[in-house]
Design a protein around this ligand. Structure first.
Ligand code: FMN
Length: 431
């Protein structure tokens, strides 16, 4: 039985539809750790990072996206979990992430056409056609998936979920947001198929539902399955005028319909997000200034769906202090508090709030190289690399270092993954 109660506090346990209880409302949202090498294998570094987070007190730790196919990566440093070759290390990772009563759920993903050209010259997508606009040049033209290939990818999702469970992860999150493959199927702009996987919303959502059913079959009825879904393909918190709507894109009405269908099919939690590669959920390098401007992300959407769903929701983005978290729970617009970047700076944020009654706010720094043109050129890569650097520090048993500059983050990314780490913005800079 799910228990959704108003006036819950961050410290209260939550029972999911599958019967599993998580110990509190802190949901560490997925962040690609970028800790894997070219072999896409997990390592002791993953175990150390997740042990630190587990002891920090959060109820659920969602891993960075783990790819279901090592030839189709979303970004350098991804782990791929397509077979059992790394089972021993996956076991160590899962064991570390579930210390201290934490849940550790593996986020599983396929990037579709959102797979950078520097690491994937042959991406696959629901329909052929490059990504529109300035971002198009960072991605090779994808091949349209055949029905056999679609069925193959559905089996891959199920297989990765099965391996996650075998390794000791205590749940999985299917990544259906941020413009990756499942999101591409959902979007009428990306999906122009004329078979049963394209056209009407029911057809565009068929791939997600098939993936969900196959994963459920693989892990059984008592294993948590979450789905990360866009409230719409444009992060609504930054909508300033009508032009910012993605006309014809996956929209709020469609998202609500998909959520209800997932609820009917037995999903355990919906992680609400938004945006795509071209319009990312993280908009700027402004840190706390951006946070103050935006507040908690997707709040209006969460209010809109309040009372429409019985399945627990994790609202992700912009939570920086206990007051906002408890307000969102009290208003019953979310049942879990999704947090990503603050955990890379303060791994024990949960303990501080629940155990120590900390009333402060995690102020994310403005991330800059000190050179405006470089900041502009590298933009999103700069922010992502900076947070990856912080996760690497934690994985080396070092403390996060909020004062590290953007230049060091870029150099770190190149050292770690070669020039591919900077590919998108660097290519833009060359034009
Ligand atoms: C370095 C980094 C890596 C991320 N990787 C993922 C990912 O693998 N999967 C995902 O769903 N979201 C990913 N995100 C997005 C976060 O889960 C989250 O939606 C976003 O950061 C907003 O939450 P926040 O304001 O608490 O950081 C990533 C964010 C960052 C900063």
């Amino acid at each position: 039985m799910t228990t959704i109660t108003a006036n819950a506090s961050v410290a209260e346990p939550l029972t999911l539809p599958c019967g599993v209880t998580v110990k509190n409302r802190f949901y560490k949202s997925a962040m690609n750790e970028a800790l894997a090498g070219r072999d896409c294998a997990p390592s002791e570094a993953h175990a150390r990072l997740y042990r630190e987070w587990a002891h920090g007190g959060a109820g659920v730790l969602v891993t960075g996206n783990v790819m279901v196919d090592h030839t189709q990566l979303g970004e350098p440093g991804n782990v791929a979990g397509e077979d059992e070759r790394d089972l021993a290390m996956l076991r160590r990772w899962a064991a570390a992430g579930t210390e201290n009563g934490a849940h550790c759920w593996m986020q599983i993903n396929h990037p579709g056409r959102q797979s950078p050209i520097t690491i994937n010259p042959h991406p696959l997508a629901p329909s052929a056609g490059k990504i529109d606009g300035e971002y198009g040049r960072f991605f090779a033209e994808p091949t349209e998936l055949t029905r056999d290939q679609i069925r193959g990818i559905i089996r891959r999702f199920a297989n990765t979920a099965r391996i996650a469970k075998k390794a000791g992860f205590t749940g999985v999150e299917i990544h259906a947001a941020h413009g990756y493959l499942i999101n591409q199927f959902l979007s009428p702009l990306d999906n122009r198929r004329t078979d049963e996987y394209g056209g009407s919303l029911a057809n565009r959502a068929r791939f997600l539902f098939d993936v969900f059913e196959a994963v459920r079959e693989a892990v059984g009825p008592e294993f948590p399955i979450a789905v990360k879904l866009n409230s719409s393909d444009v992060p609504i918190a930054v909508k300033v005028n009508e032009r910012d709507d993605a006309p014809g894109g996956f929209n709020e009405e469609e998202s609500i319909w998909v959520m209800k269908q997932l609820e009917a099919r037995g999903v355990d939690l919906i992680d609400i997000s938004g945006g795509t590669y071209a319009k990312p959920v993280i908009q700027t390098n402004d840190g706390a200034a951006e946070d103050r401007r935006r507040g908690v992300y997707f709040t209006d959407f969460a209010r809109r769906i309040k009372g429409e769903l019985t399945v627990p929701v994790a609202l992700t983005g912009g939570f920086r202090n206990a007051a906002d978290m408890n307000r969102a729970l009290n208003d019953n617009i979310t049942q879990m508090i999704g947090i990503a970047r603050p955990f890379a700076l303060m791994p024990d944020l949960t303990n501080r709030i629940i155990r120590d009654g900390w009333q402060g706010s995690v102020d994310l720094p403005r991330i800059t190289t000190g050179i405006t043109s470089l900041d502009k050129t590298f933009g999103g890569v700069l922010v992502i690399s900076w947070f990856e650097l912080q996760m690497h520090r934690i994985a080396q048993d070092r403390r996060p270092a909020p004062h590290i500059g953007g230049m060091r983050a870029l150099l770190f990314a190149v050292k770690q993954h070669g020039p591919a780490a900077l590919a998108p913005r660097r290519r833009k800079g060359r034009q």
